[in-house]
Write a protein that binds this ligand. Structure first.
Ligand SMILES: CC(C)(COP(=O)(O)OP(=O)(O)OC[C@H]1O[C@@H](n2cnc3c(N)ncnc32)[C@H](O)[C@@H]1OP(=O)(O)O)[C@@H](O)C(=O)NCCC(=O)NCCSC(=O)C[C@H](O)C(=O)O
Ligand SMILES: [Mg+2]
Length: 360
């Protein structure tokens, strides 16, 4: 039996819930209005959880349709044994030839990781993966039959970028109506970290000036395990040995408005440890994280999705900022903190992520 006080409490909770809903709707409307005319508010698809599936493993490949990972990377590189490379390429090619779910995906949900540029393995990957069977091509648009996004590991020099674009371009030159191919490069060697600026600038300028924007550099992936091997570091749970590399990669990617995907957490049964590392990566500025097991996807997505509290904070701040701007105040107090233009930009970043997730 609920007492009168209990009932009153229930009633008040209900009222404040409805008030909260109304308030949220009003604020969301306001944020749409504030952000819709903002050129910096470009929203592409989300990459919170990027799941690897070894291309040679038929059973795991069937799981690409049941996972809710934002991006599935069918792997031809390190997740595949050397004597299974040909099998991996064939299985992935077969999916693009026959499966409408893969064919109809327009952005980066189904991607492929090829082998490192300037290797025979990569040449063979490109030759097979970007070559639909002619009888299938007769009845289908080429854009449905090719990977829309590729991941390119161990990118250490701008020379490799040139090699890659040239090879892809040669393979694709017969298909006039090809739309864009999204690309992620890996930063996973010491020399790659040193050459990062050069690699990004080469990829951006070559794509725009020489290849008519056919190739779109979407972002970078931090290959922490290869990087550790390369710098002869020992992996630790809190990843302190990788701090510099992670921060440098974030700064360069954000400087060029690129996505940046954090390290793998190889202890895949330890979900609490995963959560801690995901939240750390999210706070540092990463856009998402690589995962190696479907069981890691939910934890990862949650950590890279702003919480209700953060969204409320952002919406309230945007409204307060708007009001203070109108009254002529650039800086003001909101929830006990000093707010000015950088805080508004941070609040908008939160809404950008929400928009991306909604788009998916
Ligand atoms: C790590 C694994 C080898 C573990 O596999 P398994 O022993 O099969 O795990 P489970 O029994 O727990 O699996 C449960 C079910 O889930 C399916 N499964 C598991 N992993 C995947 C996956 N990645 N994609 C799709 N489906 C998956 C299993 O088949 C089970 O199914 P069912 O029996 O029907 O219930 C395995 O998870 C794995 O191979 N993961 C991928 C490894 C990989 O790709 N590594 C390379 C990428 S990481 C990297 O490159 C790092 C970077 O470059 C760097 O340098 O840092
Ligand atoms: Mg690697």
């Amino acid at each position: 039996m609920i007492s009168f006080r209990g009932k009153a409490h229930q009633f008040l909770t209900q009222i404040s819930f409805y008030r909260f809903q109304l308030e949220s709707k009003r604020l969301l409307h306001l944020s749409n209005r504030l952000c819709s005319n903002d050129a910096s508010f470009r929203v592409s698809y989300p990459t919170r959880a990027v799941l690897y599936v070894p291309g040679s493993d038929s059973k795991k490949l069937t799981k690409i349709f049941t996972t809710n990972a934002d991006c599935v990377v069918m792997d031809c590189e390190d997740g595949v044994a050397l004597n299974k490379k040909a099998e991996a390429r064939e299985k992935i090619r077969n999916l693009y030839d026959t499966d409408e779910r893969v064919q109809n995906n327009t952005e980066g949900k189904f991607a492929v990781r090829i082998n490192p540029a300037e290797t025979d393995l990569a040449s063979e990957d490109i030759k097979i993966l970007f070559n639909p069977k002619s009888d299938i091509l007769k009845n289908n648009s080429i854009n449905n039959l090719l990977p829309k996004c590729i991941f390119v590991p161990k990118t250490s020099t701008s020379q490799e970028v040139k090699w890659l674009f040239e090879n892809l371009n040669n393979q694709l030159k017969n298909y006039d109506d090809l739309i864009k191919l999204n690309l992620f490069f890996y930063m996973e060697t010491a020399i790659g970290l040193i050459n990062l600026n050069d690699i990004i600038k080469t990829a951006l300028s070559l794509s725009k000036d020489k290849y008519n924007s056919k190739f779109n550099l979407e972002g970078f992936v931090f290959g922490s395990d290869d990087f550790c091997a390369d710098i002869e570091a020992t992996r630790t749970k809190d990843a302190f040995e990788l701090t510099y590399a992670r921060q440098k990669l974030i700064a360069y990617c954000k400087g060029y408005k690129l996505k940046v995907i954090d390290m793998v957490y190889i202890d895949f049964k330890d979900l609490e440890g995963l959560r801690v590392q995901c939240e750390q990566g999210s706070r540092m500025g990463f856009t998402g994280k690589q995962v190696i097991h479907p069981g890691q996807v939910d934890v990862c997505q949650q950590a890279f999705t702003p919480s209700k509290e953060r969204i409320d904070w952002a919406l309230g701040l945007i409204e307060a900022f708007d009001q203070h701007q109108k009254s002529g105040a650039g800086a003001f107090t909101y929830k006990g903190q000093m707010i000015d233009m950088p805080s508004l930009l941070q609040a908008k970043n939160i809404l950008k992520i929400v928009e991306k997730v909604k788009k998916n």
